[in-house]
Design a protein around this ligand. Structure first.
Ligand SMILES: [Zn+2]
Length: 440
């Protein structure tokens, strides 16, 4: 008998190549070491912990490929506005006043905790004070890819783009051996980074083998301005700078023409779809039919909670699927099974981590979630993929395992005190209200 860390027993296992079936998973050293019947595994292993998943779906955790975890305290602060008005008159002034290491660490701790509650086991973030976000992610026990947002102006912790890129390189070496943290280069957008900055970002990503994360073709205005300024559309412009030499993860990408789609497909770039954010900011939407035809890797992001305003991946898959059916006048596009794959394995691929995470496979990291299917609203169930996309909400997500460790059990966070996070959020709410009323 071999001693191991964890057995997850008798769950309804979702894999992408086989029919869902009741099975158990043996986990050791952060990895899935065997999948089989519980009687068989119990004869072979002595687990330190056993998690009973009877009456639950067991699936890979969601991979959220576009977030700004440090924005959590701006949730619901300003809504119902166009992107530039929302940014210039509400978000940027608040960020200008509040951003500090402490603020970002606190906000990111809440953000990471909220992501765990939504079944997210990996997130790809773009924000300031990445070292603080890393500390919060480690504390909560969530996997993260962190990019320090590269901008051409002075920000709270760096005075220019070169300093931000130097910070990214420092982060890369600091977290090189870390089990949970990876570093990306996160150029904010083509309208906030000069040509030189975009080239330097691409060069750094290539030199250190990092992915490039960028907001791209989010609004019609961005495309218009790019055409006026450079005589090219955004993807063509980035291509002309050699940006796609490294793997690129483009957030939004909803205003692409055919040539741009061809470039993204040819260069193996991925897209982070942010349906809630795009709908809420009325940034526009594109049919993904041609993206799928061309084989562009799609993944799913919640975007920052200030523009969503929640971190539910179940809501994202539901909304995205329905929006695409309506846009294409085709109810067969993006069936439930494919939507779930996009939100898990698609995300892993987008982050260059599909060999490690994104599906339940022997040898992969144990980043798993369990979802209760015994309640009234879940009855009857014929197809778990259908339930995930069209029926269940995040409340049904019960247990979350990251890197083989239980970080939420029966909806209770293991590594952080939820009531402390709630008190902190109330504390910052008061401060933000005072600032907005001109009293701070
Ligand atoms: Zn964003």
């Amino acid at each position: 008998m071999q001693k191991i860390d964890l057995i997850i027993k008798n769950g309804l296992l979702l894999t992408f190549d086989k029919e869902p079936k009741i099975s158990s998973i043996a986990i050791n050293d952060g990895k899935i070491i065997e999948i089989g019947k519980s009687e068989h595994l119990e004869k072979k292993y002595i687990p330190t912990k056993t998690l009973d998943a009877e009456g639950k779906i067991v699936m890979p955790g969601f991979v959220n490929t576009h977030t700004h975890a440090g924005m959590i305290y701006f949730k619901g602060m300003a809504d119902d506005l166009p992107l530039m008005d929302w940014l210039s008159n509400h978000i940027w002034p608040a960020e200008g006043h509040f951003l500090s290491a402490d603020f970002v660490r606190d906000a990111a701790l809440h953000g990471c905790a909220e992501m765990i509650k939504n079944g997210i086991t990996t997130f790809n973030d773009m924000y300031f004070f990445g070292d603080e976000v890393a500390k919060s992610a480690q504390k909560v026990g969530i996997r993260a890819v962190l990019g320090e947002v590269v901008l051409d102006f002075s920000v709270a912790n760096c005075h220019n783009a070169d300093a931000i890129l130097a910070y990214s390189a420092m982060m890369h070496s600091k977290y090189k051996e870390d089990e949970l943290i990876d570093i990306a280069v996160a150029a904010h957008a083509i309208y906030t980074c000069s040509k030189e900055t975009l080239i330097k970002s691409a060069e750094l990503a290539q030199k250190l083998g990092m992915i490039l994360h960028i907001h791209l073709s989010e609004t019609r205005q961005e495309v218009k301005d790019c055409l006026t300024k450079f005589g090219m559309r955004p993807v063509e412009y980035l291509d002309s700078l050699g940006f796609f030499q490294s793997p690129v993860l483009a957030a939004h990408a909803i205003w692409l023409d055919e040539n741009e789609e061809n470039i993204l497909a040819k260069k193996n770039a991925s897209i982070a779809i942010n349906t809630s954010s795009n709908l809420k900011l009325a940034s526009g939407f594109d049919s993904f039919a041609t993206y799928l035809e061309k084989g562009i890797n799609l993944s799913l992001g919640t975007d920052g909670v200030a523009s969503n305003n929640n971190l539910s991946m179940l809501e994202e898959i539901s909304l995205t699927s329905k929006l695409q059916k309506a846009l294409n006048d085709d109810p067969t596009i993006l069936p439930a099974h494919q939507m779930v794959e996009i939100a898990t394995l698609g995300g892993a691929k987008a982050l260059g981590k599909d060999k490690e995470i994104g599906s339940i496979q022997i040898g992969k990291k144990a980043d798993l979630i369990t979802i209760d299917i015994t309640n009234l609203e879940a009855q009857p169930m014929y197809n778990p993929f259908s339930h995930l996309v069209y029926t269940l909400t995040s409340e049904s997500i019960k247990d979350v395992i990251v890197n083989g460790k239980i970080v939420m059990q029966d909806r209770k966070l293991i590594n952080v005190d939820e009531s402390e996070l709630i008190d902190k959020a109330k504390f910052y709410r008061e401060k933000i209200i005072a600032f907005r009323n001109g009293k701070d």
